[in-house]
Design a protein around this ligand. Structure first.
Ligand SMILES: Cc1ncc(COP(=O)(O)O)c(C=O)c1O
Length: 397
């Protein structure tokens, strides 16, 4: 038989989706697994959004739309950027896609030639290295320290830039760490980028999920960077709409056009019904988002307090998104029942088998000392999960 594609063969299965499948499998076998691996809000999509989708079906908005998206949704997005992010666009600056994941994919492929370098930090979102690989570009990863709350600084960014740097891929609030860059930190990073010929791709999918008075600042609103920043966002996280698959990219119209051409030969338009739903979501009054964020905040406060009280765990306080990302390496080389924990994968395997709780190994995000625990789960499950975690850690020695 002839060989399969070497490029696609080198792509790894999404490790977060892999753990979700393992949990499903164990549940199907009758195990009562509590999962804290979810990358999606546990809330339902608000009723007003669902009604808009039902009306779209009843009104036969079930045909192809333009590849770029419906005019209604594009105009709503232009307005959103102006009102909320201080970003001024016209319709030709916007491309609507099947999730922010596709938006990122389109843009990285539209920008990179083989051998170009894409800079991003670790811990990173799992798809960044794989999308970079598909574009035949090279990931240049800036490692961050837990004591810096997993954030880079201008010096680290400067050191990572070479002649081959094409893109700086930036994510705030961060998945997996929950770190949020302040406006002044972003302005400092921008100083490094201003005189360089580098594109900035800014993944702002968690912009609405912020705690303790943190405010979101879009790097693309900095005058000197606005022409070469592509801002990525979507409705998955803010509106509990992960399954609807709507994301969008906004920036320089020539780049958007290339991305649109690419999309025209893969998925064409994003679902017409989901676009109608996203349009309703973005035109809503934001009350549902506030309720959700309030609930996330209660859970975050509980979970962080508990984790910080466990000896051997180092857990910084996340300021956004719905994840805690904490260091468990003090437990490495400890054993129970002939099983030795040696890294983040074996740590998570130990917890799945010993405590029936599902966490995601940090190695999936480029940091093998840590694990990710999502608090997109009910308070009851979180309390039970933390109690099981504590019990099983006590057994390790
Ligand atoms: C940092 C980050 N960017 C982008 C996405 C993609 O979101 P979606 O494709 O659901 O819109 C996710 C989803 O988990 C994410 O965590």
């Amino acid at each position: 038989m002839s060989e399969y594609s070497k490029l696609i063969f080198s792509i790894q299965e999404s490790k977060t989706l892999a753990i979700t499948s393992l949990i499903k499998k164990l549940r199907a076998e009758g195990k009562e697994i509590l999962s804290f691996s979810a990358g999606e809000p546990d809330f339902n999509t608000p009723e007003y959004i669902k009604s808009a989708a039902i009306s779209a079906i009843n009104n036969n908005q079930t045909k192809y739309t333009p590849v770029q998206g419906t005019t209604e949704l594009i105009e709503t997005i232009v307005e959103k950027f102006k009102k909320e992010n201080n970003l001024l666009f016209t319709n030709e600056n916007i491309l609507i896609s099947t999730g922010a994941k596709q938006s990122l994919y389109n843009i990285i492929l539209a920008l990179c030639n083989p051998g170009d370098e894409v800079i991003f930090q670790a811990p990173y979102w799992v798809s960044y290295p794989e999308i970079t690989k598909i574009a035949q570009a090279k990931s240049v990863i800036i490692n961050t320290d837990i004591k810096d709350n997993f954030k880079i600084n201008p010096n680290l960014l400067k050191q990572a830039i070479t002649e081959k740097t094409k893109v700086f891929l930036f994510n705030t609030p961060s998945n997996p760490t929950g770190a949020v860059y302040s406006k002044s930190e972003i302005l400092d990073l921008a100083e490094v980028l201003i005189n360089k010929d580098i594109f900035i791709v800014s993944d702002e999918i968690y912009e609405k999920i912020l705690f303790g008075g943190e405010e979101h600042f879009s790097i693309g609103s900095i005058d000197e960077l606005k022409d070469r920043t592509i801002t990525i966002n979507g409705v998955s996280k803010a509106f509990a709409m992960t399954g609807w698959r709507i994301g969008y990219a906004a920036g320089n119209k020539d780049i958007i056009k290339l991305a649109k051409n690419l999309q025209s030969h893969s998925t064409s338009n994003a679902s017409s019904i989901s676009q109608a739903a996203a349009n309703a979501a973005l035109n809503g009054d934001g009350k549902e988002i506030s309720k959700m964020v309030e609930e996330f905040n209660l859970r975050r406060n509980y979970i962080v307090k508990e984790l910080q009280s466990i000896e051997g765990i180092n857990c910084p306080t996340p300021k956004g998104a719905f994840y805690t990302f904490f260091d468990v390496s003090n437990y490495y080389n400890k054993s129970f029942n002939n099983f030795t924990v040696i890294d983040s994968v074996s740590f998570c395997n130990y917890l799945i088998n010993e405590a029936n709780i599902g966490l995601v190994p940090g190695v999936a995000f480029g940091n093998d000392n840590c694990v990710r625990m999502s608090y997109a789960a009910s308070m009851d499950d979180i309390k039970e999960g933390i109690s099981r975690l504590k019990d099983s850690l006590l057994k390790l020695n």
